[in-house]
Design a protein around this ligand. Structure first.
Ligand code: URC
Length: 296
């Protein structure tokens, strides 16, 4: 019989949904989150000896998330809230060596009613979210954050030509095309110490990278998704010294002209205005852009 061992494990609670209302007199805020907490440490015996004595029940992990959300004022800053949750498990239980806390913040945008921001009404104006993954251990803390599901489209200012051509190639050179993608971006913070994280303006950096992404998307005369992606990441890294690298995952959501020549209607080149949006298949361009470390 071959010998086996527990090579790795992480366990915890996933998809914990939580909303917190912040009331300042009549002016309210709403924060809606989905949280995942995974723990690692001395957790071999529950698997190998059916011994649950050191298992923090995933139900207790869930309770902890709600209790900390009640007690802490940092819930709006998901990176800080995630690191507080992680630190709670590391400091409370000596057999927990690592806590990985992932949080997605869902979008609730304040309504503009009769030209004024409403004090307690919000709408979901897009599926894009701010998320974070924080790994807390006794060695330190790793924080990465992201912008997910930001759907964008431009009707011109995008080309794709000069690519490798062989007997498998049918795509024509395109000097003008629709460009559409759903932006997923993830950036990694350069953290000096756990104490220093409260000084990082995580929400400002999120909004800024979102704006940089939109600005480059709209204004770059795109030679390819690859070239536009690189420019987005370069600008984000140049503006924010607190981040070390940025990864983008950009599907190329194709819009091809419909063949209307068959009906005697012009629909190519300057006359093209009727397109078929293709949900599948899509191109997928992914890259991580990092800062070149100075040798000094
Ligand atoms: O921007 C693009 N990059 C590609 O690599 C590619 N490949 C393709 O068929 N169309 C595109 N567009």
């Amino acid at each position: 019989m071959s010998k086996v061992y527990l090579k790795e494990q992480e366990y915890g609670k996933d998809r914990v949904r939580l909303a917190k209302v912040i009331r300042r007199e009549k002016w309210h805020d709403i924060i809606e989150l989905t949280v995942r907490v995974l723990l690692d440490g001395e957790f071999e015996t529950p698997y190998t000896k059916a011994d649950n004595s050191m298992v923090i029940a995933t139900d207790s992990i869930k309770n902890t998330i709600y209790i900390l959300a009640k007690q802490l004022s940092c819930v709006e800053n998901i990176e800080i809230f995630a690191s507080e949750i992680g630190q709670h498990f590391i400091t409370t239980y000596s057999h927990v060596h690592k806590a990985t806390v992932s949080i997605t913040k869902h979008k609730w945008t304040r309504m503009l009613i009769d030209g004024k921001y409403h004090d307690h009404s919000f709408l979901r104006d897009g599926d894009d979210v701010h998320d974070t993954k924080v790994v807390v251990s006794r060695k330190g803390i790793i924080i990465e954050s992201g912008l997910k599901n930001l759907l964008v489209l431009k009707t011109t200012g995008s080309a794709f030509y000069g690519f490798l051509r062989d007997k498998f190639t049918t795509l024509p050179d395109m000097d003008d095309r629709i460009l559409s993608t759903s932006v997923d971006a993830t950036w990694t913070f350069n953290i000096q110490s756990i104490a220093s994280i409260t000084k990082i303006p995580f929400n400002y950096i999120f909004e800024s990278i979102k704006q940089i992404t939109l600005h480059i998307f709209a204004t770059d005369n795109s030679a390819s998704v690859q070239a536009t992606l690189f420019l987005m990441a370069k600008n984000a890294l140049e503006k924010h010294s607190q981040i070390d690298s940025v990864r983008y995952e950009l599907p190329n959501k194709h819009y091809f002209t419909y063949d209307l020549e068959r009906f005697g209607l012009k629909n190519t080149g300057k006359d093209s205005d009727i397109f078929v949006p293709f949900s599948d298949p899509a191109g997928l361009i992914t890259a991580t852009i990092a800062r070149v470390k100075s040798k000094l």
